[in-house]
Design a protein around this ligand. Structure first.
Ligand SMILES: [Zn+2]
Length: 122
């Protein structure tokens, strides 16, 4: 038997840690070493587009459901003349984001591709 708090081992028959006053467990829970979620979020690219209107729609969709997103724009715009933008979300939100973005493309976003994108570069 182990105390989950101070991790001290007690012999069988002891059910409560005399120091912590909490019930003992038979197996110690693993230390939360491999859960650095709050410190580091792995980012996954769920969308790459050069269409800023499409990107704006995608962003608003993610915002609406409260998914935190990151758009890699500045550096990429310097690397690619086309101005491709990568939209990234945390690993945990990947599935939901992908689904939402797929639906967005299927239903048509109201931004027809034929129309010239605004020349906002100048
Ligand atoms: Zn204890």
């Amino acid at each position: 038997m182990f105390c989950p708090k101070c991790r001290y081992e007690y012999k069988a028959g002891v059910h409560k840690c005399p120091d912590c006053g909490i019930p003992l467990v038979t197996v110690l829970p693993p230390k939360d070493k491999d859960k650095p979620e709050s410190e580091y979020v792995e980012l996954v690219t769920v969308m790459t587009t050069g269409n800023l209107a499409e990107l704006a729609v995608a962003k608003s969709i993610l915002e609406a459901v409260g998914i935190k997103y990151f758009a890699k724009t500045e550096t990429l715009r310097q690397l690619f003349a086309a101005g491709l933008v990568e939209l990234q979300v945390g690993r945990g939100d990947e599935d939901e984001a992908r689904e939402l973005l797929e639906n967005m493309e299927e239903s048509g976003s109201g931004f027809p591709d034929e129309e010239n994108p605004d020349n906002g570069d100048r």
